[in-house]
Write a protein that binds this ligand. Structure first.
Ligand code: SF4
Length: 91
């Protein structure tokens, strides 16, 4: 899925701007581009360990798109990715 990038994201984390593609059509208020995760099949900001390389300053939509949420599971289903298993929070 493309990841929407907003102006505030660029102010918080310059590496997002280095990887973002400009919008072709007008987007949402404040939206300036997107991370193209389709071309290579993965987000360009994944690091060598397959984790977010900018996790503390990741795009706002990534913060809102909680791993394991209904939206997350639906997106995984649409793209043929196995569902995430619930994570136990008990030690
Ligand atoms: S959380 Fe990080 S690696 Fe995942 S889509 Fe967002 S920017 Fe990319």
């Amino acid at each position: 899925m493309p990841v929407d990038v907003f102006e505030v994201d660029l102010l918080r984390e310059p590496r997002i701007g280095e990887q973002a593609q400009p919008l072709r059509d007008p987007g949402l208020d404040g939206e300036v581009g997107y991370l193209n995760c389709l071309e290579s099949g993965a987000c360009p900001l994944l690091n060598g360990e397959n984790c977010c390389g900018i996790y503390p300053t990741r795009p706002s939509v990534c913060v809102l798109f909680e791993a394991g949420s209904d939206e997350c599971q639906e997106a995984r289903r649409v793209f043929g990715i196995p569902a995430l298993e619930p994570v136990s929070t008990q030690a």
